[in-house]
Design a protein around this ligand. Structure first.
Ligand code: EPU
Length: 418
């Protein structure tokens, strides 16, 4: 028996949906609470598996944790070990943030090579380079990074690419380092800004988050803080895609339209109607999309995490579109499944060449990773007939109450065991 999602597609989705707190900011802010010397309260967290796994890891490390009603209460004072639980670490990529945090707390950290979605090589060299610059010695033995430092000291670090993970990990360690750390070519993603705001609320001085130079002035102690997570940028983009794909009319509330400019621009280019408010977006589908060319890039470019759902949307465009994936070399796992649904897509190296077809049809498919799962939901909603999606555990890693939210918008969708 396996849990699956079954969709009877072809219905325009109409109504209002509320975006949850962001997964990627959440998985950076939650470990950051362990740097504090007092209780932290984090609000607006998404109730998703990645958050549950992180809570389990923090409990294993000794923290007291309570997560209910989208609010996390953490007492980091009883933390007693710098050895992260390998089984749990291998479940998600963001567990690498424990490196920066445990170094900040203990000057030591043992963290296995992290897991996460299988979307291409996900090296750690920039994390290691940054932590080395702060004085940390790191050796990799039997799949575990063993990190040691007498005293973390601020340093200047230039990243070879604007890695979200490396920027976050360095900021975490730098918050408890002596002196100032300057990260150049830093990631500019909203998740980085969210973490910077939380570290500032704890008493660290962080400047420049959201630009490509971030300065962190560390503190020997950090206070407990109350903080609310920003709305999920990728969930917002997924709803925008669904509105266009189902030729629906969806008002997406509790979002940050400013974070979505690359996505709004592409939808407008496709001929869709996008209306922006202060904290909402309304997207109306106007028929088959016009062909466009998309290139994924670090923020503020088009997000790689939305490449997969948008490939689905473009599968019914009125011509030929291209999608160039510049961040991950293997993020086309969804394309095989999409072809079974009638899409005409050729992948050459990192480019998907999409020749639009009039419609997709429902068949059994699988989620090959988190965003591929979102892509399969978009495909199922567009398709004529019944789509059954297996491997829904990937979708539950990152989307809160997705089936309930879709039902509210009029989708014919259910979870089944078969
Ligand atoms: N990279 C290196 N060396 C490093 C680190 C990264 O070469 O030390 C490369 C990667 O191979 C990749 C690029 O740099 O080609 C960007 O990787 P980045 O470090 O920015 O990614 P990440 O921190 O592992 C986060 C998100 C991903 C999202 C990427 C890019 C979290 C927990 N994960 O991953 O989100 O795709 O940034 O925006 O924040 C998802 O939500 O589905 C997801 C995969």
């Amino acid at each position: 028996m396996e849990e699956k999602i079954v969709i009877h597609g072809g219905k325009p989705l109409v109504g209002t949906v509320t975006v949850s707190g962001g997964k990627n900011p959440a998985v950076a802010v939650i470990p950051a609470t362990l740097l504090a010397d007092d209780v932290c309260v984090i609000e607006n967290l998404p109730d998703i598996n990645d958050v549950h796994v992180l809570c389990e890891m923090m409990e294993y490390l000794g923290a007291k944790v309570k997560f209910e009603n989208n609010t996390l209460w953490v007492d980091p004072r009883p933390l007693h070990t710098w050895r992260a639980p390998t089984e749990l670490v291998r479940k998600m990529r963001a567990s690498n943030y424990l490196m920066g945090v445990l170094l900040g707390r203990f000057g030591k950290a043992e963290v296995a090579i992290p897991g996460g979605c299988d979307i291409g090589a996900r090296p750690m060299d920039q994390h290691i380079k940054g932590l080395n610059a702060l004085g940390v010695e790191i050796e990799l033995k039997q799949g575990i990074y063993r990190c040691r430092v007498d005293k973390l000291r601020g340093a200047e670090i230039y990243l070879d690419m604007p890695s979200v993970g490396a920027t976050v990990n360095i900021m975490l360690a730098a918050a408890r380092a002596e002196g100032t750390t300057i990260i150049s070519n830093a990631a500019r993603e909203p998740h980085v800004v969210d973490l910077a705001n939380f570290l500032s609320a704890m008493g660290a001085r962080v400047k420049g988050a959201g630009t490509d130079v971030i300065r962190v002035q560390g503190r020997p102690t950090l206070r407990g803080a109350r903080y609310s997570i920003l709305p999920d940028q990728i969930e917002t983009g997924t709803w925008m895609c669904i509105a266009a794909a189902t030729q629906g009319d969806i008002t997406i509330q509790n979002c940050v339209p400013f974070h979505m400019e690359s996505v709004s621009a592409k939808l407008t280019e496709m001929g869709m109607e996008v209306e922006e408010g202060d904290d909402f977006l309304r997207v109306r589908g106007t028929g088959r999309p016009r062909p466009v060319h998309i290139k994924t890039q670090p923020y503020p470019g088009f997000p790689t995490d939305l490449q997969q759902p948008f490939t689905v949307l473009l599968s019914t465009c009125t011509g030929t579109s291209t999608v160039l994936e510049t961040i991950y070399e293997a993020r086309y796992g969804h394309v095989d499944h999409l072809r079974r649904m009638g899409a005409n897509i050729r992948v050459e190296d990192r480019v998907a060449i999409i020749t639009g077809v009039p419609e997709l049809w429902g068949v059994p498919v699988a989620a090959t990773d988190l965003r591929a799962g979102a892509a399969m939901i978009v495909a199922g909603l567009m398709a004529d007939g019944t789509t059954t999606i297996s491997n829904v555990k990937y979708i539950d890693r990152g989307y809160e109450h997705i089936v309930d939210k879709l039902l509210e918008l009029g989708a014919d969708i259910q979870r089944v065991y078969e």
